[in-house]
Design a protein around this ligand. Structure first.
Ligand code: SAH
Length: 206
């Protein structure tokens, strides 16, 4: 996966490549799909949600510019695969999922892998995690109509927020950095994520 998919497509951050070599992706995938766990494709994660394509996880993680000590907020725990990568590469991860069954399963897998620098919460992630704010990095792994305001408020000065932003069925990966209280936005690759459903996201599924 790392040699055939990620490196040829330009993922360069050694720490990201090492983390993706280390974390067993097949543990986060439905059992019936485990034979495809290292393929170049998104896969079902239960409850009609998906575990993102490895390349998308890699590019998003690289764009976060993690050095090792950051406090990271993730919205959309899903399978927990991205959260495990973040736990490997940052200081502490706070991950929020709206569906309790997914959060529970992700928590079990990640704890079994030995990570203790991660907290799980079941709630509407568009509201963030105010009790633990501010965060140095915020990553939304579901498609948002706009960057949710509570999240941009919970981002620290100099921090980075990353999210797929756009329509319900296709988005653009947006990276924004907080500079003197203002967000400087840069647009990256087009992408397709399941909708971010919540108060500052989309209404309940169609
Ligand atoms: N990061 C995940 C991929 C997540 S798919 C992984 O590595 O597997 C998107 C997830 O976002 C889904 O599990 C979905 O239930 C969740 N989600 C959607 N809206 C949300 C919200 N408002 N708050 C928290 N989670 C949300």
């Amino acid at each position: 996966m790392v040699e055939n998919q990620l490196m040829p497509r330009g993922i360069k951050d050694i720490r990201v490549l090492d983390a993706m070599r280390k974390i067993p992706r097949h543990l986060f995938v439905d059992e019936s799909m485990q034979y495809k766990a290292y393929d170049d494709t998104p896969l079902p994660a239960g409850e009609e949600q998906t575990i993102s394509q490895p390349y998308m996880v890699a590019i998003m993680t690289e764009l976060l510019e993690l050095k090792g000590s950051e406090r990271v907020l993730e919205i959309g725990t899903g399978s927990g695969y991205q959260a495990a990568i973040l736990a490997e590469l940052s200081g502490h991860v706070y991950t929020v999922e709206r569906l309790g069954s997914l959060s529970k399963r992700a928590g079990e897998i990640i704890r079994a892998l030995g990570y203790s620098n991660i907290n799980f919460r079941v709630s509407d992630g568009t509201l963030g995690w105010p009790e633990e704010a501010p965060f140095d990095r915020i990553i939304i792994t579901a498609g948002a109509p706009e960057l949710p305001e509570p999240l941009t408020e919970q981002l620290s000065e100099g921090g980075i927020i990353l999210a797929p932003v756009g329509g319900r069925f296709s988005q653009q990966l947006i990276k924004a950095r907080k500079n003197n209280g203002e967000l400087i936005r840069v647009s990256h690759t087009p992408c397709v994520f399941v909708p971010l459903v919540g108060r500052y996201g989309w209404k309940e599924s169609l």
